[in-house]
Structure formats: C-alpha cells, structure tokens
Ligand binder design. Structure first.
Ligand SMILES: [Fe+2]
Length: 387
C-alpha cells in the first residue's frame, strides 16, 4: 500500500430538499452574506423563495451573478466591490464555475493584491490560507468542486491559461448537496459534467497516488454513474438518478483531491486555457480514447498490473456476465465510446480545435498521476480520436 494523506472534507449536508437547511446554517456564521449565483439559477423560481426564507431571519444578502467560467479579473472586481461590505460568509449556488468563483472570492477578501499573484504557474506569491467562511451549493452534478481545495480560474486567448488557486483551507466549510437543484439542469450540461465526474473517479481510481480509502470511494461513485447517468439522459426528472449523480460528483471531488487525476485532466488544463470549451465536454470527448490508449499501454508494458486490474473491475460494472479480463477491458472502452455518442458529447473540432493546434496542446499537457507513461505519439492518437 502507498503511504497516503487524506485532506479535510467539508461538513456535508446531502439529500433532496437539503437546501432548506441553509437559513439555519447561516445563523452560525453571521448576517452579512455574499451570494455568488449562476445567472441560470438566479432566474429559477427557487431563488426568490430562498430569499424569502432568508429575509424571515432578517438576512439581506448581497448578490453577484456570473455566467461562464470565472477569470482573475472577475474575482478581483468582485473582491474590490464587496470587501467594504465585510461578508461574514460567502455562499455559492451554481455549477462548478460558480463554486470556484465563490471559493476564490472567499480566499481573496482578506488578501491584498490580485488573485493572479497567487495562481499556480502564473503568480509568485503563496497564500496564507486565511479566508472568509465559504458554503458551496452545487446545482450541477459534475466537477466535485464542492469538496476540493482549489478554485480554477481561466483566461482564454493566445496567452490564455486555466490555473488553480489552491490551499488546504480553501475546502468549503460546508456543502449542501440537494439533488433537487440538479433536476432542471439541461442535458447539454448534465451529460458532459456527468462524464467529467466519471473521468475524475476513474482517473483517481487508477492513479499512481490512489489509496485504499480513495479506491473504495471512487468505486462507489463509479457504480452510481454507470447505473444512473444513462437514466438521467432518458428521464432528466428522475430524482433517484439525479441523487446518484450528485453523490458521484461529490465523491469525485473528494477522490481527485486525495488521489490526483490522469491524462484527460492533463489535456483539459492545456485545452481549457487555449479554447473556450466547457470542461465537461473536453473530458467527455477525451475519456474513451484515453482509456483505450492507457489500457493498451498497460497491457503492453506490464508496468502496473494493479491499475490494469482496476480497469478490469471498472469494466465489470457494465455487465454481469462471466467473461475474461480482456472482454471487460474492451467493454469499458466500448461503453465509454457509446456514452460519448449517445449523450451527444461534441467532438473537440466543434470548438475550433484543428490538427494544427495539436502540437501546442501536447506541449502544454502533463500526465498528472496517469497509471502509465504515454509517448507523444500516443497523446497525438488520443487527441486525434477526440477531435
Ligand atoms: Fe474534471
């Protein structure tokens, strides 16, 4: 067994209807609340209802809304505008980008300077970890940001980047996971973010940094995704399936924070800084080819039988048949490819990526904690298949 550490996790409130706990939870923090919300959620009927509940406790939150992914400029602007308000707690209600935005704002309220100065690979300052308390309420089931210690900020363009603001203290203090909130999430978001959750679980499961703790959690998450992601596609209103996916997404955040990720996320960091492509789409497009190449290389090199066995175990989630290991390895790749097609995950070229961009993408890609070394040619094969 590898030596391992296991990071703190938030206080978790999980279950349909659990958002009703928010007003009570807020009383532990204070009355000055800054809410960071997605434009989509702010337009739903639930948002004014939540405000009514808060106003019963004479809580009048300040609200900031955002669509798309947060940039350093967005975080700096909100921090400058809202610092005089001196929020007691920051609450994010939205998808992974909104959770990341709130996490970064909470980290920067007590800190002078631009958030750029603290971004990994961009700035040179290290953060003390001092922050405003932060509550994450995800409305999509995907990134797992509600359980991680990093906030991803991005700038696109020729000098674009997608980089993390990271500190152990940035794990949200509380997360409220109410699967009801994900019910209205449309398929073109639910399916890619669900593929992202599965990618995170599989990459953590097969990672060189996996531990028995992360293995048990990651496998329990993948079981739910295999069962329920196709259900969400067929019947978006299916609360049981939505609940499974909300669980899987949460667990994917916990396992990625503790076991790391693999080549799909290596590509995603590079591509995300160069092109305005949703993170879930990048993962959904790359997952099947990356899994195929990883398995082929593991079989060929015999370097890591433990991770190869884990791919077999994951393949078994798709069938009750008694078959050979090779059967399940092939089945896993086939099912992931089938998901990509069935769930209408677009190819990368739909977002403007061409063959001419591949060299630049590969130069910016790291293997992270991939179970096996991959050559430049193998990375090229993965990109070609996903594009
Ligand atoms: Fe991801």
């Amino acid at each position: 067994m590898n030596d391992f550490q296991f990071a703190r996790i938030p206080k978790i409130h999980f279950g349909p209807g659990s958002i009703s706990l928010l007003p009570g939870i807020l009383t532990h923090f204070g009355s000055r609340i800054l809410v960071v919300v997605s434009k989509t959620y702010s337009k739903t009927s639930s948002f004014p209802l939540l405000f009514n509940e808060l106003s019963k406790q004479t809580i009048q939150p300040e609200v900031v809304d955002l669509s798309g992914e947060p940039s350093p400029l967005f975080v700096d602007t909100v921090v400058q505008q809202k610092r005089p308000f001196q929020p007691d707690v920051i609450v994010s209600i939205g998808g992974g980008s909104i959770v990341d935005a709130g996490k970064a704002i909470a980290a920067m309220i007590p800190m002078e300077g631009s958030v750029r100065d603290f971004l990994e690979g961009v700035g040179t300052r290290s953060h003390t970890g001092q922050k405003t308390p932060f509550i994450a309420i995800p409305t999509t089931a995907g990134t797992g940001s509600e359980a991680t210690k990093n906030a991803v900020l991005s700038e696109t363009g020729p000098n674009g980047f997608k980089k993390s603001l990271r500190h152990d203290n940035f794990v949200p203090d509380v997360t409220i996971i109410d699967p009801e909130l994900t019910r209205s999430c449309p398929a073109d978001i639910s399916m890619p973010v669900g593929m992202d959750a599965f990618t995170q679980l599989l990459e953590a499961f097969t990672s060189t940094h996996a531990s028995p703790m992360t293995d048990a959690l990651a496998f329990s998450g993948m079981e739910r995704v295999v069962e329920s992601l196709p259900q969400v596609f067929k019947d978006p209103d299916n609360l049981e399936a939505r609940t499974d996916m909300a669980y899987a997404a949460l667990i994917s955040g916990i396992t990625l924070a503790n076991a790391g990720l693999g080549i799909v996320h290596g590509f995603a960091s590079a591509i995300g800084g160069m092109f305005p492509i949703p993170h879930g789409v990048v993962c959904g497009a790359l997952l099947a080819p990356a899994t195929r190449i990883n398995i082929a290389k593991l079989k060929q090199s015999e370097a890591n039988p433990v991770s190869l066995r884990k791919y077999v175990e994951t393949g078994k989630l798709f069938s009750y048949k008694q078959k050979s290991d090779d059967y399940f390895l092939q089945l896993l790749h086939e099912k992931l490819r089938e998901w990509t097609t069935t769930f209408n995950i677009p190819k990368l070229r739909m977002f403007g990526i061409t063959d001419g961009d591949f060299d630049r993408i590969i130069s910016g890609t790291t293997l992270k904690n991939s179970p096996v070394e991959l050559s430049r040619d193998e990375l090229m094969q993965i990109l070609t298949e996903a594009s």
